[in-house]
Design a binder for this molecule. Sequence first.
Ligand SMILES: [Cu+2]
Length: 141
Amino acid sequence: MTRRKILFVGVVGGALLLGACAGSSPDTAATTPPTTEVSQPAATTTAPPAGEPAQVSEVVEVSIESFLFGPADLTVSVGDTIRWTNNEAGIPHDTTADEGLWESATLRPGDQFEFTFTEPGTYTYFCSIHPNMRATITVTS
Ligand SMILES: [Cu+2]
């Protein structure tokens, strides 16, 4: 009886040993590829930040005063934002694109309106309250 138990343990122990041996070589093989994969995403992650600083978008100010947009002719890049500010005391103005791309609310003195340009082109706009107030924004790619 006692002998049988020992035999049994011996067989199980041998099976475990075999299993450990068989498992150890695929384990080593599986450990090697992840090491290679880890360095690849790291290289991929480095690329986008390098591309981003190239297209830094700006906020370009346009002042509304003396019944004029200043500057009246402006060239910006795609992605840039124009920020209009009504700097004329006591006079409301707005900024309205001829083609309807943007239309601000009435800007009271001190109010601002922003619009970001996503397409290149030439955009003319005016103040709908004083339609003779006209200006142009050229957007380059
Ligand atoms: Cu106006």
